[in-house]
Write a protein that binds this ligand. Structure first.
Ligand code: 16G
Length: 245
């Protein structure tokens, strides 16, 4: 980090001048992704502004996702976000999508077991009375960056022992002859609550894309009902559109 005094770019309110200066310092590489920001007191002294001004500039940069605040340990430059372009026209799995890009895949399990289905699961999965549901909840990471929280529900008749799924759900379904061949996907914008934001390592209130996927077997039967919360700063969903179709 520069030891020189901070020379603020002129114009506009002081906190915006300081905000711009911090952004420039990041672009110049003077402060790198993952680096700690100097303390509020040090910045105020160097830039010759009040601590209130520093706090305001930092708050805005946290809201923009440029800085991250960790309770007790300070303020850091956000790790460079890896944006992923995801086609909306192919029925692929997270594991396949990441492997194709040469990125590593890892999951942290949040939930894995057999449960009494919710009314929504019963209807969506077409369960009969007495049927149970297998739930797989995972935090999905690629290159060790948390990308999405995924909660899948399948009939326990299809997946009686969810413990057998270690890595890819679709690979497991493929092996048992239950790979979906079609899906309906609904994408909705949302803001992350505190718990999900923590899992995804972003500030509470950050943007997310909430995706619901209902997948079908060739027979027309629903096989999977999955709700996913994708980080808004890591995904571009891309679809090809054709005239008149
Ligand atoms: C994708 C699917 C999800 C599916 C998962 C299987 C979206 C929005 N969701 O993440 O529905 O369960 O892939 O991945 O694309 P896996 O085979 O790696 O477990």
């Amino acid at each position: 980090f520069d030891t020189n005094p901070v020379v603020l770019p002129q114009g506009g309110p002081l906190y915006l001048q300081l905000k711009r200066w911090i952004e420039d310092a990041i672009h110049r590489g003077a402060i790198k992704p993952g680096d700690a920001l100097p303390s509020e007191r040090d910045l105020a002294l160097k830039a010759d502004v009040s601590r209130v001004t520093v706090r305001k500039a930092v708050q805005h940069l946290v809201q923009d996702g440029v800085l991250i605040q960790r309770h007790g340990s300070g303020t850091f430059v956000a790790p460079q976000s890896q944006r992923v372009e995801q086609s909306l026209s192919h029925l692929t799995s997270f594991t396949e999508d990441m492997a194709r890009r040469g990125m590593s895949v890892r999951s942290e399990w949040l939930e894995k077991g057999i449960y009494i289905p919710s009314p929504e699961e019963t209807v969506t999965l077409g369960l009969s009375s007495g049927d149970m549901v297998a739930r797989l909840g995972r935090l999905r990471l690629s290159n060790d960056v948390p990308m999405a929280i995924e909660r899948a529900a399948l009939s326990a008749r299809i997946l009686p022992d969810p413990q057998v799924v270690q890595n890819s759900l679709y690979t497991h379904l493929e092996k048992s002859g239950n790979r979906p061949i079609r899906a309906i996907q609904r994408i909705r914008a949302a803001n992350l609550g505190e718990r999900d934001a923590k899992l995804l390592d972003v500030a509470a209130g950050s943007a997310s894309l909430n995706i619901e996927r209902i997948s079908y077997l060739a027979s027309g039967r629903v096989i999977e009902f999955t709700r996913s919360i994708y980080r808004g700063d890591t995904y571009d969903f891309v679809a090809e559109l054709r005239l008149g179709e």
